[in-house]
Design a binder for this molecule. Sequence first.
Ligand SMILES: NC(=O)c1ccc[n+]([C@@H]2O[C@H](COP(=O)([O-])OP(=O)(O)OC[C@H]3O[C@@H](n4cnc5c(N)ncnc54)[C@H](O)[C@@H]3O)[C@@H](O)[C@H]2O)c1
Length: 343
Amino acid sequence: MKKVLVLGGGGFIGSNIVRHLVARGDCNVVAADLSFPRGWDDLPNGSERFTFVAGDFTQREIFDRLGGGFDEVYMMAAIVGVNRTLEEPEEVIRVNTLLTMNTLDWLKSNPVKRLLFASSSENYAGTFDSFGGQIPTSETIPLCISDVRHPRFTYAITKIHGESAFLVSAKPLNYECIIVRYQNIIGPNMGFRHAIPHIVQRLSENPQSPFKVYGSDQTRAFCYISDAVAGTVAAMECYDKQGEIYHVGNDVEITMDELTQEIGRLMGYQGDYVEAMTYPGSVGRRCPDISKCRAQLGYIPQVHWKQGLEKTVAWYRDYFSSGAKPTSGGFAPPENFLPAGQK
Ligand SMILES: NC(=O)c1ccc[n+]([C@@H]2O[C@H](COP(=O)([O-])OP(=O)(O)OC[C@H]3O[C@@H](n4cnc5c(N)ncnc54)[C@H](O)[C@@H]3O)[C@@H](O)[C@H]2O)c1
């Protein structure tokens, strides 16, 4: 049986990859993250099929707890979220680059066959700022940081660093490297630093009319988590793809207004809506071209955004109606941040 490591395996996408692989039953899975996720008592932790290793992997010595003999590594661990870049950009740089460099150092004495790095369409934000870009956007668009002084770009900087570091190390360390650039993956328990949980929370707790729609004419394309897992695992398991970069996402582009009003409909909100400012510098349109993933990996998203949204909203509506609060920071755009280029 092959042995698979999911670093960041307790996170939203990572945990769904872990569950998918464990349920499939054809590999032994090690998941690693800061702490053992709540609600995982159904998984056979400590068995040959599944083991969880808890620790802060910015510390190089923690990697030695993982053991060796891995065939495949999904490198999902990172500090994620635009608001983290605004709150603590230095921590985003420190943690994300250390996770990359420590993984590479560990690989020197623990060779693997394949490594998949989770990257982001946020890498294109600077390109769109400075030069514009085509929608849908292909993986071949040049990457650019339009304002290195602005903290918002720290996440993209670490993702571009990670892509380059893992790609150029593939030959000397003798593994196949695959890069996946995600865009707006949604689903139950996706965290709290995203628009959807934030909208559901606002509608659950205090739905004031008119309801503010942040960045209402901005567009995004939302991909349900089961499709993201299928695309990611296909990218890992479609062999001889050394150095390839894939968009895993959905190419149905909708406005934030459509998203918000659909959530409002699902939650029975009957008031009005009003446009409001979102994060300054936030990309106006975003939609991936997924034709490469379709052609090379046979990836076809199965879940319509409204179906995926319904399941996601149901999870958060239950969560907030139980009186629970977000376990991490929210999504509301801060009032006092300047757009990129004005810092
Ligand atoms: N969700 C999306 O739409 C999206 C979009 C673009 C890119 N990505 C990338 O995909 C990956 C997974 O994203 P996600 O949405 O599941 O995010 P997530 O925050 O749920 O998962 C990331 C995981 O990394 C772990 N981690 C952070 N620092 C760590 C450390 N020092 N040691 C060990 N673990 C650590 C976190 O605890 C978390 O569980 C990330 O690399 C992210 O940048 C996600």
